[in-house]
Design a binder for this molecule. Structure first.
Ligand SMILES: [Zn+2]
Length: 429
């Protein structure tokens, strides 16, 4: 199965991102002068042009979770190329927000489908279930290969987009999926996983999750590693060497800081918001946003209503704009993207009910008056491609290094398999 090697080429000097941004800048200047003559372009027209130049990229989509939970990963009767709001089972799911027609209507260029398995699989069948989730994503891509294109690098994404297809990446959500085993990490990379979220809502033997910061989990899930254990730091090193993005959504603040201090490549938060705007432990505090800027990393904005607002009210598209504006004010427009968490949560903001609504969010950002067309291209996908390209470059620099050889199972499970499913339903978030 060692089929897919790094597909970096010498020309990946951010050809796509910077090349496009440069072209975009010229086009923007031209369009500004022409629009001065012809009258101002509407937000809708600007966004349509932005999405032609930089199709949309979402770093976190949980379609595969729905396929597992409601179809046992059997795609026989799954009609992803039709409006799932009219299909049996799907139409009754409040966690279903994605299908090909709606991805197409939002001008998607790439998506990361999450290979997520619940924390209750830790120390049990987490690896087996993760492989099943990678398998179902690959079968979905094969079934709809006129629209989807399996991708593992910037070059793949460029090629898919140039053919009008949606580049489809895989991200593994939760460090428990590697069972503290560097060999499994490497095999997941070989199978196509291009990020690993270091934790989900449980600690694992080498990293603390965001739940250690909550009162509810105080006794069940204490701080165990002050962020990352020595083995956890080695996992970051190995991910840098492999060319796999380190994802810090779901981790504790100490884990975020430990990983950011260690990594040689930019990292991502695949689906998180701003803690200053909504004080939830799944969001990113300002001092970490400063580190995001410093490391040239990126926060992909999560839309789940429960993280966007913490007062129990259903969020709106305006609340999401507030998060994005705050992250921009601290980290800047080069460090933002989208990781909507569609299909992974049960309540989306008013105005962002499904993946087709992305252009409305871009219009709302444009209407603040703070976002140029060039900025919108960055948040639409330019920034995440830049980070993936940088991760590929760092990996290339480290290719001479041997794989890490830490003996198996050097660090045991201090929490003994405790999960917090009694406190929350961990299929969400
Ligand atoms: Zn999540």
């Amino acid at each position: 199965m060692f089929l897919k090697k790094l597909c970096i080429e010498p020309d990946t000097e951010m050809k796509y991102n910077y090349g496009h941004t440069g072209v975009a800048l010229v086009l923007t200047l031209l369009s500004v002068s022409s629009s001065n003559a012809e009258g101002k372009k509407t937000a809708k027209e600007v966004v349509a042009e932005v999405l032609r130049r930089q199709p949309l990229i979402d770093a976190h989509n949980d379609v595969a979770m729905n396929l597992r939970e409601h179809f046992s990963n059997d795609l026989t009767n799954v009609k992803f190329d039709e409006d799932l709001r009219k299909q049996p089972i799907w139409k009754d799911l409040n966690t279903s927000h994605t299908d090909l027609p709606r991805l197409r209507s939002a001008k998607f260029g790439a998506v990361f489908f999450s290979a997520f398995v619940e924390c209750r699989t830790q120390y049990r069948d987490a690896v087996e279930q993760t492989l099943e989730q990678i398998d179902v994503v690959k079968r979905l891509i094969k079934k709809y290969d006129k629209d989807l294109s399996f991708s593992t690098c910037v070059k793949d994404a460029q090629e898919a987009m140039s053919k009008g297809k949606i580049a489809t990446f895989i991200g593994v959500e939760g460090g428990h999926s590697i069972q503290s085993n560097l060999g499994i990490l490497r095999i997941l990379y070989e199978l196509g996983a291009r990020y690993l979220t270091l934790t989900h809502n449980c600690n694992n033997p080498w990293a603390d999750s965001n739940w250690v910061e909550t009162k509810e989990a105080k006794d069940l899930l204490p701080v165990e590693h002050n962020g990352l254990s020595n083995f956890g730091l080695e996992i970051v090193d190995e991910m840098n060497r492999l060319g796999m993005m380190v994802d810090l959504s779901h981790t504790s603040v100490l884990t975020m800081k430990a990983a950011l201090a260690r990594t040689k490549a930019p990292v991502i938060f695949s689906h998180s918001g701003a803690k200053k705007i909504a004080d939830h432990q799944r969001n990113v505090p300002d001092d970490v946003l400063e580190l995001v800027k410093k490391t040239n990393s990126v926060v992909m904005m999560n839309f789940f209503s429960g993280f966007v607002r913490t007062d129990g009210q259903r969020a709106t598209i305006k609340d999401v704009v507030d998060h994005i504006e705050h992250i921009r004010s601290v980290a800047g427009p080069d460090h933002l993207g989208f990781g909507g968490d569609f299909d992974g949560v049960d309540l989306m903001p008013v105005g962002l009910e499904d993946v087709s609504k992305y252009p409305d969010l871009l219009e709302a950002l444009y209407n603040t008056g703070h976002w140029t067309a060039s900025d919108l291209e960055k948040i639409s996908g330019g920034n995440i491609l830049r980070v993936l390209g940088d991760v590929e470059k760092v990996s290339k620099e480290l290719q001479g290094k041997e794989a890490f050889q830490t003996p198996l199972k050097t660090e045991g499970a201090k929490t003994g398999g405790v999960n917090i499913t009694g406190l929350i339903t961990d299929k969400f978030f």
